[in-house]
Write a protein that binds this ligand. Sequence first.
Ligand SMILES: Nc1ncnc2c1ncn2[C@@H]1O[C@H](COP(=O)(O)OP(=O)(O)O)[C@@H](O)[C@H]1O
Ligand SMILES: Nc1ccn([C@H]2C[C@H](O)[C@@H](COP(=O)(O)OP(=O)(O)O)O2)c(=O)n1
Length: 231
Amino acid sequence: MSTTVETARSSVIVAIDGPSGTGKSSTSKAVAAKLGLSYLDTGAQYRAITWWMLTNGIDVSNPEEIATAAAKPVIVSGTDPAAPTITVDGEDASGPIRTQEVTSKVSAVSAVPEVRTLITALQRSIAAAATGGIVVEGRDIGTTVLPDADLKIFLTASPEARAARRSGEVKGSDLTATREALIKRDAADSGRKTSPLAKADDAVEVDTTELTLQQVIECVVTLVEGKRVAA
Ligand SMILES: Nc1ncnc2c1ncn2[C@@H]1O[C@H](COP(=O)(O)OP(=O)(O)O)[C@@H](O)[C@H]1O
Ligand SMILES: Nc1ccn([C@H]2C[C@H](O)[C@@H](COP(=O)(O)OP(=O)(O)O)O2)c(=O)n1
């Protein structure tokens, strides 16, 4: 029997954190699909609550207003890595959560402690329900959400590489502006008081600057399989 099949049958929990554009989503989805695990994009949940705030007239520059409204939207994440979904109050939010407006406001909304408490509880319940194992990606998964994860990975890459990857996704985008926006968001996410973007002490750091996506996927699959063999 191959180790891949054995791994797929274990209920391994993998936490993948890191700043924007390091390859968390692409890597997590591919690793989960390859090993038969569920997949959770926690950034999509913070984007979803931000989108709800913006479309419901909440002043997102006012943390008290955000805190008061935080429990109102019902956010549901589908965890199939081949077709991850996200709905807010039953409505498909996968498109609207990727707009520039949401991207520019998500750090402010996700810094509010009441928002984090609610979303963290949601993430833990999804991970607990994934009896076949799960790959969860975000900013504070290894440090706060799932500190007992079987494997923690912290992806990094140079700001230049990350900006080039991100601008490659949007036709006609300005590389310098993309780089500046990434650095600004990283600073906000790393500098907030409540569970900031950080590497857990026991996380394996993988610098993806000079690696292809395929190489990163293979590296993480090998690390997951290593955990399975060691267990
Ligand atoms: N190692 C890599 N080399 C080149 N491009 C990559 C690499 N990893 C990811 N990408 C590309 O960079 C973009 C951002 O990746 P993504 O997985 O969304 O990052 P994150 O979730 O960390 O923000 C995507 O278009 C993806 O295909
Ligand atoms: N676990 C998480 C995941 C995301 N966030 C916040 C901070 C991030 O800037 C936003 C958006 O995350 P997302 O992973 O979608 O960001 P990118 O794919 O890197 O653009 O959400 C968070 O605070 N904690």
